[in-house]
Ligand binder design. Structure first.
Ligand SMILES: Cc1cc2nc3c(=O)[nH]c(=O)nc-3n(C[C@H](O)[C@H](O)[C@H](O)COP(=O)(O)OP(=O)(O)OC[C@H]3O[C@@H](n4cnc5c(N)ncnc54)[C@H](O)[C@@H]3O)c2cc1C
Length: 463
């Protein structure tokens, strides 16, 4: 049973005809622990009709490149196998999602479209365009948030402290284990999608290479989760902010691509035998901070630019707009890690060569982009461009919220005034030195640049 508060009607037609159910898998690229798929499968059984599962591959999606497509496509290949085993059929649709979906739905004479929830504007725009052409019922299921984004709050939340109590109140209702997927009553013939053809059609930018230290998919993500619980959860609260301690879970790429459900992660963490302080620290990041990001992007159309900042921050940054900058850099100088600051350069190299920058360094990295650019809009633009291009978990609400927090004080409070930053929280090199072994972190850059964590075989993506 899927909690009705996860379900949102996007399009309703007066008289529904009988026909198959189509699940448009987008953000939740998994068969297990997926409320949207559970909803679609239950509906197919209720109506005694077959279930189709489609994934739309759009050209030039948010500047994605081979690093992202490698992870995405290999994950989808696993999904396809599992979908075939269920007796549903899996289809990769190539082209602009609203038109390809519309054609597919017509072709199979579907009666119901089920989609998953995504707060980002590009996905919202696809749904709006689809609504103007599609003539069947369209239902969205929030399978990403533990407490559905539309339900927990109907407005942009000010900060974690305003969302946290709302989530806490509702968690007993929503933080449950998952039911089994039902056996499908009407089965379809196995389909084989042509992934290689899809990739040739996409011809992704190959400048940013795939990484080899994280393997995509539900199985690999589950192994990563179990390893985190067994070896890193104990001590997470003290180690997570030390870039040399390897104290984070590295689950963000799996959560971003939907290879793992955050709810599954939370359920397993709650059951784990680990100190409460560590479990609470981890759950605060995974549940409160992550779901706050979805809230920010869903209710604030300006999540990727300074118009989305709080008024105090806009005013304060404007007051300091003409402050003299000691250093300013072009985008290419940032991109090539060519600043005067070896710590910042190391963080940039970590992201470029491993596909993931440590969480603590992400804050420092973005704040220095504010300090070393001519204006705050440019700082946002540069930070988003670089994060989305090189981070495997980029193009995610967490990225937009994290950058807006660092540069624009979103979800933060006003601090003492400083040049350029105004009242935005400041971070500096010496502060980092007090927190962790800065020299040790910088010396790691040599390893990253050696590209040991990168797969040079672009063709691997085609295997
Ligand atoms: C400038 C900046 C950019 C960021 N860009 C991204 C991004 O593109 N994608 C991304 O997923 N996260 C981003 N974050 C948030 C955070 O840094 C990462 O989620 C975290 O470092 C991912 O590593 P992990 O999975 O090992 O984290 P862990 O510490 O193991 O945390 C577990 C999970 O909790 C969630 N989480 C942890 N910290 C945060 C946070 N501050 N905000 C929201 N959720 C959090 C994530 O889902 C994460 O996977 C960014 C933060 C900043 C300051």
């Amino acid at each position: 049973m899927v909690n009705p508060h996860r379900v949102f009607i996007i399009d309703k037609i007066p008289v529904a005809k009988k026909g198959p159910v189509v699940y448009w898998m987008s953000r939740e690229q998994r068969v297990h622990d997926n409320w949207a798929l559970l909803f679609a499968a239950n509906k197919a059984n209720e109506l005694l009709v077959p279930l189709y599962i489609v994934f739309t591959l759009a050209p030039n999606f948010c500047n994605a490149n081979t690093r992202h497509y490698d992870f995405l496509i290999k994950g989808l290949q696993q999904v396809e196998k599992e979908v075939n085993a269920l007796g549903a059929s899996f289809h990769l649709l190539l082209g602009e999602p609203p038109s390809t979906l519309n054609s597919f739905v017509h072709e199979v004479e579907a009666a119901l479209l089920v989609s998953d929830f995504d707060p980002l504007q590009v996905k919202q725009a696809w749904k709006a365009e689809l609504s103007s052409s599609i003539k069947i019922n369209h239902i969205e299921v929030d399978a990403h948030n533990i407490v559905p984004c539309r339900f927990v709050s109907q407005k942009v939340e000010f900060a974690a402290y305003t969302l946290r109590p709302k989530l806490k109140k509702l968690l007993p209702e929503f933080l449950t284990d998952f039911p089994q997927l039902p056996t499908l009553k009407v089965k379809l013939q196995k389909q084989s999608t042509n992934v290689i053809e899809a990739l040739h059609w996409l011809s992704p930018n190959t400048e940013v290479k795939p990484i080899n230290w994280l393997k995509p998919g539900f199985v690999e993500g589950s192994i990563m989760l179990e390893d985190f619980i067994a070896n890193k959860l104990n001590g997470y609260s003290s180690k997570r902010n030390d870039p040399l301690a390897n104290g984070q879970s590295n689950l963000s790429p799996y959560l971003h691509f939907g290879h793992l459900s955050a709810q599954r992660v939370a359920v397993n963490i709650v059951k784990a035998d680990a100190p409460v302080i560590d479990k609470e620290a981890f759950l605060d990041e995974l549940v409160v901070r992550r779901e706050l990001s979805d809230n920010f992007c869903f209710y604030n159309n300006d999540y990727d630019n300074p118009n989305g900042f709080h008024n105090w921050a806009k005013i304060s940054l404007a007051e300091h707009a003409n402050d003299e900058r000691e250093f300013t850099y072009l985008l290419t100088e940032f991109e090539n890690a060519n600043t005067h600051d070896d710590l910042w350069n190391a963080a940039q190299l970590e992201m470029v060569h491993t596909g993931k920058m440590h969480g603590y360094m992400r804050m420092y990295w973005a704040k220095k982009i504010l300090e070393w650019t001519e204006d705050v809009s440019e700082a946002m633009e540069f930070a988003i461009y670089l994060n989305d291009k090189y981070s495997l978990d980029g193009r995610d609400p967490n990225g937009y919220a994290g950058i807006a927090w660092s540069i624009g004080g979103v979800h933060d409070r006003a601090w003492g005034k400083r040049p350029v930053f105004g009242k935005i929280r400041f971070m500096n090199y010496n502060g980092c030195k007090r927190k962790f072994d800065v020299e040790g972190y910088i010396s790691r850059a040599n390893d990253w640049v050696a590209d040991k964590m990168i797969s040079h075989k672009i063709n691997e993506i085609l295997q």
